[in-house]
Design a protein around this ligand. Structure first.
Ligand code: BES
Ligand code: ZN
Length: 635
């Protein structure tokens, strides 16, 4: 995880390219160091899943049938990515319609890629079927017992495929360069509702037998499934929320502006191409803030705080319907094309719906974190992408740089070309590259032709390349001011200089953004008396707002403020969203007493954490104990 990284997102796919069993080169495709697939030879065009959800064994089992396009006339092998899967059988369809056994070989697993599955297909079958089952510890799935859910009656299961976890629940060409349509037939216990990143039916009968169709082609990291005691509440014509019964009304209220968000984004960037936009509220163990699974964004419940102050997360996941799901990075080394463009679009949606003041506050908070962290990073990590032809060193980090430097780059372009011109450009860009994967160089070429050459004298190609390929924040970066955050700075300073704490009359009007900024700007440590005074005035300890907790608890830990320990333990056990809890674990790991508390809490929290979260926390604790055999996980 990046130092000072404020996102939930971690290294894109992590780890050095393994030695032995190197990812195969792809003739016409971009080299993807995170996949064994050979899309230059053969491509999955459609996937038909037949799956049973088995909660008792924490297992998905069934078959995946691929419809293939044999691109290379010489190719007779289908190479798939898998991780911890048991492959039972592989068959191929002959020209006469008969299905025959195909030979296959599962290579030894190579972290972090998993096992390469090589299927021999001498007849170049148009359809191949793999019968398989997942492991209980599949990295892309979390299985929760009824006791770990809000309702306590039904078990719960959900997937998180980005970046390279789809391969732990479906054998696939797990690279964003391959897009496929899919259908699925899924069976489950009959009281459980199953949803996918597909055509979920709000009126579906809960009978344990579900079918799905996804007619728009998607990359593998957008394949998603969830099962549990889920009910639906509509928000608008084409939007609504799925959640556990006790959460759904609150969620629908918090996210009530979703339909307007879709309208606003369409007005800016063209039609929404995925028909419905629903959200699924997950249990608090969901390791991310949100995940843009098409037609069904997965959302952490930690943004439901009662005042819509954290719904920029919804704007973000919705924005991916254009930037990311429609126009996709060719490999995770171009993460900014997904996350940076999306963060820019998110800002535009927030500005349209909640005003420029709010959007500017969010921008200033994000850029402060970026500035804070970027200085400590390697030159490569400070760049949005590496120049074509340069071998990516290790993993492509997907932290503040991809998100906030990426978004800043687009604001720079908007600033220089003018909003109307730049909006028209982006709209045309989404249209031009719809349903394709592109790299940074393709973006540069397209922008050179459709912006730089069209409006000469405004931005040079060297400036574009500097933003994308050079470290640091270019001097051409336009600044944003936030008078509301300036007022917070003044109030904090007055108190720290010996004056009064900001008065209730002032803080009553503060939103989450102001509170976050207030806490972020406090010194590294405070005295117990100061922390107690803040608690007496604002009750930070025990706050229900995860964004505040994320910043307050590390400060309490660094300051040796033991009064917060009990609340910290409660928070770390309740929430599994990595961005919110990792700073506190990191602060705890810095001292022997803190480490003891962290280990104690982790032991209790572990059964309820997602494998992605457990991996991150284990790595921090192992590092503090000087054990470098536990690798920082991929994501
Ligand atoms: N696609 C990301 C989540 C992701 C990125 C998962 C990389 C795995 C690897 C999602 O859209 C995202 O950016 N989520 C953010 C939301 C925030 C920026 C509003 C998160 O989870 O913090
Ligand atoms: Zn995102």
């Amino acid at each position: 995880m990046l130092a000072g990284c404020s996102r939930d997102a971690a290294p894109a796919a992590g780890g050095a390219t393994p030695t032995g069993g190197e990812p195969a080169a792809q003739s016409t495709a971009h080299f993807d160091q995170h996949s064994y697939a050979e899309p230059g030879k053969v491509r999955i065009e459609d996937l038909a899943l037949e799956l049973a959800v088995d909660f008792d064994n924490r297992q998905l089992g069934g078959s995946a049938t691929y419809t293939l396009d044999w691109v290379d006339p010489q190719a007779t092998q289908l190479v798939l990515d898998t991780r911890d899967l048991t492959i039972e059988k592989v068959v191929g369809e002959r020209e006469d319609g008969k299905w025959v056994d195909l030979a296959f070989d599962m290579a030894q697993a190579q972290p972090p890629l998993g096992s390469k599955l090589v299927i021999e297909a001498p007849q170049r079958s148009e359809r191949i079927r793999v019968t398989y089952r997942t492991a209980p510890e599949a990295s892309g799935l979390q299985w929760l017992t009824p006791a770990m859910t809000a309702g306590g009656e039904q078990p719960f299961m959900f997937s998180q495929s980005q970046q390279i976890h789809a391969r732990s629940w479906v054998p696939l060409q797990d690279t964003p360069q391959v897009r496929f349509t899919y259908t699925a037939h899924v069976t489950s216990p009959k009281d459980v509702m199953v949803l996918m990143s597909a055509d979920n039916d709000p009126q579906a009968e809960r009978d344990g037998d579900y079918t799905f169709k996804m007619p728009q082609p998607i990359p593998s990291y957008l394949l998603a499934i969830a099962a549990g005691d889920l009910v639906f509440e509509p928000i608008g014509e084409r939007s609504g929320v799925w959640a556990e019964p006790s959460m759904v009304a609150k969620a629908a209220e918090e996210f009530a502006d979703t339909e307007k968000m879709i309208d606003v984004t369409e007005a800016l960037y063209g039609p929404y191409r995925w028909e419905r936009y629903d959200m699924l509220v997950l249990p608090p163990s969901f390791p991310y803030g949100g995940m843009e699974n098409p037609r069904l964004s997965f959302i952490t419940p930690t943004v439901i705080v009662g005042d819509k102050s954290l719904v920029s997360l919804i704007a973000h996941e919705l924005a991916h319907s254009w930037s990311g799901n429609l126009v996709t990075f060719a490999t995770a080394n171009h993460g900014w094309l997904n996350e940076g463009v999306t963060s820019y679009v998110e800002g535009r949606i927030v500005e349209e719906l909640y005003g420029k003041e709010r959007a500017d506050m969010e921008t200033v908070i994000a850029r402060n974190a970026l500035r804070e962290g970027i200085g400590e990073m390697s030159d490569e990590a400070q760049s949005l992408a590496i120049r074509p032809g340069v071998e990516p060193a290790v993993d492509a980090p997907m932290g503040d740089v991809a998100y906030d430097k990426g978004a800043w780059f687009l604001s720079f372009l908007e600033d220089r070309f003018g909003r109307a011109e730049f909006d028209a450009f982006l709209r045309q860009y989404f249209d031009h590259f719809a349903f394709q994967g592109i790299d940074s160089n393709t973006f540069i070429e397209y922008a050179s032709e459709n912006l730089l050459a069209k409006y000469p004298g405004k931005v040079t190609r060297a400036e574009l390349e500097q933003w994308i390929y050079e470290p640091g924040i270019p001097e051409s970066a336009p600044e944003v001011a936030s008078p509301r955050l300036d007022a917070v700075d003044a109030a904090r300073k007055a108190w720290l200089d010996g004056g009064e704490l900001p008065a209730k009359s002032a803080t009553e009007a503060w939103t989450t953004q102001e509170w976050v900024h207030f806490v972020e700007g406090l010194p590294d440590t405070l005295s117990t008396a100061q922390l107690a005074a803040l608690d007496a005035a604002y009750a930070f300890t025990g706050t229900a707002n995860g964004e505040v907790a994320q910043r307050w608890y590390p400060l309490a830990v660094r300051s040796g403020y033991g009064e917060a320990d009990a609340a910290i333990a409660v928070f770390l056990k309740r929430v599994g969203r990595r961005k919110l809890i990792m700073p506190t674990y990191e602060a705890l790991a810095a001292t022997p007493e803190g480490l003891a508390l962290a280990e104690d809490v982790l032991a209790q929290a572990r059964p309820g954490y997602h494998p992605i979260t457990t991996g991150s926390v284990d790595a921090v604790i192992a590092k503090a104990k000087g054990d470098d055999t536990v690798a920082t996980p991929a994501d």
